[in-house]
Write a protein that binds this ligand. Structure first.
Ligand code: SAM
Length: 313
């Protein structure tokens, strides 16, 4: 059973200004929670293209969106391939695109997928199981300095240096194969006092390895400009992020697309010729209500930012 509670659902749907006959792209389809709400608002001629790289998500969404028939096209791919996907469907521009980043509750809760530190399973963490590289490859082959950098930058863990050192020391004995082994190594690298008071000691390191393995930040930052380029005039791009690293990327790329001009501020007129592609709709990100956070812990750190393509293309 694919269990996942959609985050910022009403806010995301509202942000897209859905037109009955419009074409929408869900770049992180998951269980199809957001997508089914979009489909419900589509009339004759409306279309939803749903992309996910995870076979289990594709199967669950296919079942859930069955009732919408030919309005829905589901593609197993990475959303970084959005331009090629739209080209292959002979679609030039669309009315809206949205992303709900990170892993689904289903991925987290299915121990064999290796995302969770709460159960012992092979160290996998691949969102796309067709990729040969797994979390075990990162843990067992990256240099100590690379492990340190990842855990510091993507996990923002203040014990990153010590965790990297402990990983390298442990793997000298034998390769680290399971989430349980890795969790024990991380615990041993964190002072007992902190271990007793903070959140789960492995949370940040697991996040860091997952981000590195699935190239999450690289894919996000490389895709935003392309997505904006594929919007119709007035079309919208809405993105839900779950941590500050993602949010910073979205905020920066949106701002750059609103004002790409590189002329010095004291120039009376623009000479660089770089034109705005639209406007940032959300000066401040939209965050969940207290009620939503109470009902769904995963919503706690979520933020929604929205960009609107200008009328001139
Ligand atoms: C948070 S879930 C989406 C849940 C969905 N909005 C819902 O309401 O059911 C994120 C999904 O995005 C997928 N995903 C994450 N990054 C992706 C990427 N770069 N390309 C394609 N799918 C991705 C994951 O496999 C996961 O199924």
């Amino acid at each position: 059973m694919f269990e996942h509670k959609s985050v910022l659902l009403r806010e995301t749907i509202d942000s897209l200004n859905i037109r009955e006959g419009g074409i929408y792209v869900d770049g992180t389809l998951g269980g199809g929670g957001h997508a089914s709400e979009v489909c419900r608002r589509l009339g004759e001629g409306g279309r939803l293209i749903g992309i996910d790289q995870d076979a289990d998500a594709i199967a669950a969404a296919t079942e859930r969106l069955k009732e919408f028939g030919p309005k829905v096209t589901i593609v197993r791919s990475n959303y970084e391939n959005i331009a090629a996907i739209l080209d292959s469907l002979e679609i030039d521009l669309v009315d809206g695109i949205y992303l709900d980043l990170g892993v689904s509750s289903y991925q987290l809760d299915t121990a064999e997928r290796g995302f969770t530190y709460r159960e012992d399973a092979p160290l996998d963490m691949r969102m796309d199981q067709r990729n040969p590289k797994t979390a075990a490859d990162i843990v067992n082959t990256y240099s100590e300095s690379d492990l340190y950098r990842i855990i510091r930058d993507y996990g923002e863990d203040r014990f990153a240096k010590n965790i990297a050192k402990h990983i390298v020391r442990a793997r000298e004995e034998h390769p680290i194969a399971t989430t349980g082994e890795l969790t024990e190594i991380i615990k041993a690298a964190i002072p007992a006092k902190i271990r007793a008071t903070g959140g789960h000691p492995a949370k940040q390191t697991f996040q860091a390895i997952r981000i590195e393995l699935n190239r999450e930040l690289e894919v996000l930052s490389q895709s935003i400009d392309t997505m904006i380029d594929r919007l119709k005039p007035g079309g919208r791009l809405s993105i839900i992020t779950f941590h500050s690293l993602e949010d910073r990327i979205v905020k920066t790329r949106f701002k750059h697309n609103e004002n790409p001009c590189t002329c010095p501020p004291d120039f009376p007129v623009c000479v660089c010729g770089k034109k705005s592609k639209g406007r940032v709709v959300t000066r401040k990100p939209i965050v969940p209500t207290g009620e939503e956070i109470e009902e769904n812990k995963r919503a706690k750190s979520s933020k929604l930012r929205v960009f609107e393509r200008g009328q001139e293309r």
